[in-house]
Structures are given as C-alpha cells and as structure tokens.
Design a protein around this ligand. Sequence first.
Ligand SMILES: C[S@@+](CC[C@H](N)C(=O)[O-])C[C@H]1O[C@@H](n2cnc3c(N)ncnc32)[C@H](O)[C@@H]1O
Length: 258
Amino acid sequence: MKHGFDIRIVSYEHIHSIHKKDWNKLLKAINPQPNEIILDGMCGYGAVGKRILEKENSAKLFLLDESKVQMKRAEANLPEVPKKNFTISSLPKSNFKKEFFDKIVIKMGLHEVPKKEQVNIAKEVSRILKPKGKFIVWDIMLNNKTQSLFQDIIRKKDELSEFDMLTKERYFFKEDEFLKTMREATFSKITEFHTINYKFSSRKRLESELHNDKKKLNLLNEFIRKRFPKELKQPLDFKDNGDDIQFMITKKIYIMTK
Ligand SMILES: C[S@@+](CC[C@H](N)C(=O)[O-])C[C@H]1O[C@@H](n2cnc3c(N)ncnc32)[C@H](O)[C@@H]1O
C-alpha cells in the first residue's frame, strides 16, 4: 500500500487558506537566531523550513518526513540546504543525538498519526531537544463538540480522495488531549501563543484532492450537510453556498519548553 502522503500532493497554503499574518506569528514563535540548529519535523515540502531560512539564513536547518515523495519536494524547495540534512524517517523514530536541536517545529503533523503515537513523538522531540530548547506546534485544536464532527468530515474527504491509509491512521485530537500529551512528554512550560481562525472550504479540495471530480465534491457536500449539527452552524459560521461548504475551525500555535 502506498504511503498516503506519497499521493497527497497539495499546497497547504491553498487548501488551508493560510494568511501571511499567521506565518509571521509562527516565525515570531520560532524566533530563529544565527547558527541555531532547527528541525522542521514532518516537513512535507519544507514550507516552514523555507520561511525559517528567509528570516535567518545562518540557521542550521534539518528536515524530516517519512514520505520519500514529500522529501523530494522539500529538497527541490530548499536547494541551499545540504542533502545530509534531509532525513526520511517515521517519527517517533529518529537517529538524532540526544539534546541536538535548539528548536523543533511541527506544523500540521501531530494529527497525522494514531493517538498513542502522538505522545511517543512528543517524547522523542523532548529527547532530541536541548534542555532550554523550544518545541513549537501549529495544529488544529478541537473540543468535545468539534472533534468527531471534524474527524468524520476529513475521513469522508480522505475516503473520496482514495487516501486509504490516512482514513485509518489519523487522529484529530482535542486541545485538552494535546496538552495532556505534552505534559506526559515532560514539557512543563506550555504557552498558547497564537490562535488561527481556519476556514474549511470543501470547494478548495476539488482540484488537488478530489481529482477535479464534481460528483465527489457533491458527495462530500451532501455528507457535510447531513452530518453538521444544527446547533453548531451558527457558532462555527457554517455557510452552504451550493458547491462550497465553509465553516470555521480553530488552529493554534503553542510553544513548549521542558
Ligand atoms: C499535513 S502535512 C504537513 C507538512 C508541513 N509540516 C506543512 O505544514 O507544510 C503532514 C506531513 O507529515 C508527514 N508524516 C506523517 N506521519 C509521519 C511520521 N510518523 N513521521 C514523519 N513524518 C510523518 C507526512 O508525510 C506529511 O508530509
């Protein structure tokens, strides 16, 4: 079976409508300094690493992802980074030395693995991070009302996109589960740094994920219409524009130290 991200070739800037101000906040959270050793973990095509180097070109950037296809995209995106700094590895396993990194960033990565692996990844990050190092996470933060709703909608989208492995493996955590995971992995200082209001748009998934198949988009929209609880429509700013369904979901940037 193919790794999900070997076939999920998308632009997160497009499908997640990322605003410049949120990228700026991420860079503020990372605050890269000259010669710091920084890991862009679960890097995809290296969008985070690229911005780190634009801000501080003397940073020693490393990138890790388990998908060979994504790693090729990252290498093409970051020709200035030495080849030895690209690691194809599946977290929580990594061959980095203990306390090697000043900073580790994982953007939209933790929810890609099963729940039990999330704590193992955070523990591995803690192992390879220097004692005063920072772990910066950008991810979706759900709650009791939104967790199963969002997970069901994304599962349906993955099923229609034929991303079979993603459908089975991902766990979209609730914010309180995320905080518990971080504490279990020995991060004692946990700072909520920034809130991102992410507007989900079903239409934005048409070209890159639903293979430009309008029937699939209709099926996804039908599913969302039926699944969306009436009482959440107003709080989540639900909008049904016929071929596009939109609603708001919260993402956050957290900074952790040990
Ligand atoms: C949604 S993408 C985010 C990519 C990038 N961080 C960004 O925001 O642009 C998630 C990435 O995590 C990678 N990934 C998933 N599970 C992984 C694991 N266990 N170890 C390492 N990488 C993993 C996938 O291959 C994919 O490239």
